[in-house]
Every structure is written in C-alpha cells, then in structure tokens.
Ligand binder design. Sequence first.
Ligand SMILES: Nc1ncnc2c1ncn2[C@@H]1O[C@H](COP(=O)(O)OP(=O)(O)OP(=O)(O)O)[C@@H](O)[C@H]1O
Ligand SMILES: [Mg+2]
Length: 214
Amino acid sequence: MTNITNQMKPLGKIIAVANQKGGVGKTTTSINLSTGLANLGYKVLLKDADTTGSATLWFDNIYSSLLDGESVPFDFEIANKTSLSRNREKYDFVIIDTPPQETMIMDASIKVADYVVIPTAPTSLDIDRVIEILRLIEDKPCKVLLTQIKVNTITYRAAREMFEDQDIDFFNTGIAHREAVIHSIGQLPNDDAMRDYRMIVNELLVDLDCEVNS
Ligand SMILES: Nc1ncnc2c1ncn2[C@@H]1O[C@H](COP(=O)(O)OP(=O)(O)OP(=O)(O)O)[C@@H](O)[C@H]1O
Ligand SMILES: [Mg+2]
C-alpha cells in the first residue's frame, strides 16, 4: 500500500456520517469509508461518537477474525461531544460515526465536519428524515447516500427522482443490499462488500478536492 500523503502534512478533513434515523447504515458506511480511504493510502481515524458503540464493538471483535498478516488499516477512537475533532491534525481523514436520536452529539459532529454523508434507505418515510437533517446541516458540503437499495426497483428510482426534483445532492452510486455488506460487520470489509463503497470514496475525494488514486 502506498501512502499518498507520506511526506505531506495530513489533510485533517472531518467527515461526519449522520442521520437521526436508526438502522440506515451509518456504522456500516463509517467502517467501509474508513477502509476504502485507508486502502488508498490515506491516514484515517474512525471515531465512534455513538454511545451504544456499534463501531467500538466492531473494532473490539475484529482482531479475532484477522488472518495472518492482516491488520486494520485505520485507527480507532471513542469520542464524545468535546473530543470530536481531537487528533484531526494527525490524520488525512477523521470519520465520525454518529448515533441515532441523540441530536446533541449529531449536531456537534456536523459542526466540526468538513463534509457530511447522510446514509438513508430509499423509502419515502426515510427520505422525510433526510429533509429534517438537511435543515440542520444548512450550507455545509453534504451528500445523501442511498443504502440497502435494490437496483432497478421503482422505490430506488423514485428516491433518486425525488432528490433530483428537490435539488438535493446525492451520491451517484447507491449501496446495494448485499450479504457481503452485512458480513463486513465482524470482519474487515472484503472486495465484494467494498464494491459500491469504492465508488463513494472516489466521489467523496473529488468533492473534497483530494487526489483520487484508484
Ligand atoms: N448495503 C447493505 N446491505 C445489507 N445490509 C446492510 C447494508 N447496509 C447496512 N446493512 C445492515 O443494516 C443494519 C443497520 O446498519 P448499521 O448498523 O450500519 O446502521 P446504523 O444507521 O449505524 O444504525 P444505528 O442508527 O442503530 O446506529 C445492520 O444489520 C447492517 O448489517
Ligand atoms: Mg450505528
């Protein structure tokens, strides 16, 4: 693995993965984005700001599933409201996994972020919640990420059209509902799990004016 930023000052960019709705793929997205960016040679820190600690659980359990010679390609830290941006100067990317419902920590994560990723399922009930969070984000760079989608379905098409009609930015690639993604909780995401997320990483790097090296 080559480190793109080997000799350079770390980029120090914070990406918050946020949505008040539970179960929309925030933790899955945080882990896969961290892996994808780290695999490109960026120095990445994943922060778990969710007190229920799904990402922490993932990180604690991952070591038992690592094969010989494998290692987690990014660093990990538990964060609270006051430590969200701590250590940002040491990393190219700090990814914050935020909790559902606890608006205070989510608001604080959005405030310190350079960019917000809003994962959502494509149903209309889920999309209503996206509109709520977009109001909180105001004019910070952000994009909606459609997750757990089934391509070529009316639901997915309707969700994309709805965002287009309302001029809401969304990632061009949707994250398909895949067994491999479910299994990426409990092990390092494999190529199958990372397939869609790699496209998201590339889009994110373009949005953040960073080097795309894939
Ligand atoms: N692309 C996908 N394909 C299949 N299953 C997925 C996908 N993305 C997420 N899931 C599954 O959906 C469930 C919820 O995902 P996840 O825990 O990432 O959501 P969350 O938004 O972090 O939830 P919470 O709000 O409770 O923190 C998990 O069981 C996860 O494995
Ligand atoms: Mg979570």
